[in-house]
Design a protein around this ligand. Sequence first.
Ligand SMILES: Nc1ncnc2c1ncn2[C@@H]1O[C@H](COP(=O)(O)OP(=O)(O)OP(=O)(O)O)[C@@H](O)[C@H]1O
Length: 326
Amino acid sequence: MSGIAASHLSMCYRVPVREASLRGALGSLWRRRYRQIQAVNDISFSIEPGEVVGFIGPNGAGKTTTLKMLSGILHPSAGTVAVHGFTPWRRESAFLRSIALIRGSQPLGGPTELTVLDSLRFQQTIYDVSAADFRKNLAELTELLDLEQLLARQVRALSLGERMRCGLALSLLYRPRVLFLDEPTLGLDVSAVNMIRRFIASYCRRTGATVLLTSHYMVDVETLCNRIILIDKGTIQYDGGLSELSARLAPSKLLRVSFSDSRDRDWHGYGELVELSESSAVLSVQREQVPGVTARLLAELAVTDLAVEEPPLERVIDQVYREGAL
Ligand SMILES: Nc1ncnc2c1ncn2[C@@H]1O[C@H](COP(=O)(O)OP(=O)(O)OP(=O)(O)O)[C@@H](O)[C@H]1O
């Protein structure tokens, strides 16, 4: 059984056209006009149980709309979806207990006067979590998300980063097997971002959860996902491995070489010089020439360290967005 299977999925929003003038606005009270926005257009993909997949694309590409259809918030205009065998928009309770949609930009649900601990107890009741599981899961989440100091605080008094950590705890208290993560690190500072990334990676390792993650931060995607689905203007542009995408779009790799002799030399014979210091250089080298250039560097220089790197994903994705390079 596939973890998530989407087939020919489409979503077309119907939005009223608002007239700018007063006369037009009055006229539209009698006769409303609508226009269609094709947010998602005939996309198909499948994700195996336990896979962690990055779902990326520029603003307005259709990512959130897709996540909403997969989590049962939106009924698609066309197509079918199965998430661990469930049809999301039927919103059966067994389905709702097996998934979580976590949105970085969204406030925590429930009354904001409650403390974080009370909100977690409220969640325990809604999702019917046994007392033993509640204790075990809460202890684990408290440790991993560093919640100890936050449990007695009112939800409304939390900062953005604290809210995100508590939001994750609330969503994962009932141990969902499928996570839809929509920009989980949006607006967070460096250490909060790192904590959230470590936490997601460890949750996936421990529970074998299936994850679809959207993020505009390519480091999130590189750290957590082996595969990406790239969507633009509602259609899938790429579905595959991260390294294959780089190989397809970036014809060169970076050679980072450290050496102990500081003689002047003509680097252009090895490749395009990107960076140079007293004892190290970064060269951009055509992929097929990497083995030959590496061998020559090792033979001709007193090399102390040498690393071959893919170009930063950020740069590759930027190229796709700007040039539609796929
Ligand atoms: N409720 C709605 N009503 C009408 N149009 C909508 C609605 N929600 C989204 N859209 C439109 O659908 C398209 C896709 O939006 P969506 O939010 O899915 O994109 P996204 O890839 O998540 O973008 P972002 O990265 O900016 O969050 C956009 O053109 C957007 O304006």
